[in-house]
Ligand binder design. Structure first.
Ligand code: PRP
Ligand code: MG
Length: 212
């Protein structure tokens, strides 16, 4: 029987709850994430522990059939990848923030400014929609430090508790999108694996109903 290959974030804020939801739907995984790949004991499933940002490409290429991933990452890099089911955890926003002392009344205040972000496509789309020209600086982590070290006038990053913004003396001024963890499918998934994925989706739906 063919096994469904599912990608899960290797490290980061989605990992624990991703493994928890698999457990909650009765799928027990053999190995820890040190293995990078693990099989379920009682279900036709293989788990691949991957870097968050790599997962959309693996889905597009059909290297994995499905993934548990943040909607924000799919929106940034996912293109036409289909969301099968929202998972109700790891909710966050992708927001613009500026130094607390900066004057901000509207998007026009960002005209000609420098924005640091790990979400260039999402930001560029939002800028275009608002007819604002700004210079993007792409950095992969610790984005909130950029204004303090003189690298940027504003940042766009994930806001969850808001603690990182607060600690870096920044204030949220625009919300680009809201996001949560989702189950996503590769456009190249086989019919047999799609059936397995639908069983997973069905079980997740009942677990989420029970949690409510
Ligand atoms: C993430 C994200 C934000 C922060 C948001 O960073 O990039 O900086 O969490 O969460 P909060 O609103 O609850 O503070 P992370 O700590 O994962 O590190 P990284 O940016 O270096 O990847
Ligand atoms: Mg961060």
């Amino acid at each position: 029987m063919s096994k469904l290959k599912i990608a899960v974030q290797k490290s980061g804020r989605l990992y624990d709850e991703s493994m928890q939801i698999l457990k909650d739907i009765g799928i027990s995984i053999d190995n820890g994430k040190e293995q990078l790949k693990a099989s379920a004991k009682n279900f036709p499933l293989e788990v691949f522990y991957l870097r968050n940002g790599d997962i959309p490409q693996y889905l597009k290429d059909g290297v994995v059939d499905a993934a548990i991933i943040g909607e924000n990452v799919l929106i940034e890099k996912g293109g036409e990848i289909q969301i099968v089911q929202k998972l109700g955890f790891s909710s966050c926003k992708v927001s613009i923030a500026v130094p607390k002392s900066a004057k901000y009344t509207s998007m026009q205040d960002l005209e000609g400014k420098r924005i640091a972000t790990s979400y260039p496509n999402t930001v560029q789309q939002f800028l275009d929609k608002n007819n604002v020209n700004a210079q993007l600086h792409i950095i992969n982590g610790s984005v909130e430090i950029a204004p303090n070290i003189g690298l940027a006038d504003a940042i766009v990053d994930i806001v969850s508790s808001g603690s990182t913004l607060f600690k870096n003396g920044l204030k949220e001024v625009e919300v680009l999108l809201k996001s949560e963890a989702v189950l996503a499918a590769s456009p190249l998934i086989s019919d047999a694996n799609l059936e397995t994925l639908n069983i997973i989706k069905f079980r997740i739906e009942s677990v989420l109903k029970g949690r409510r």
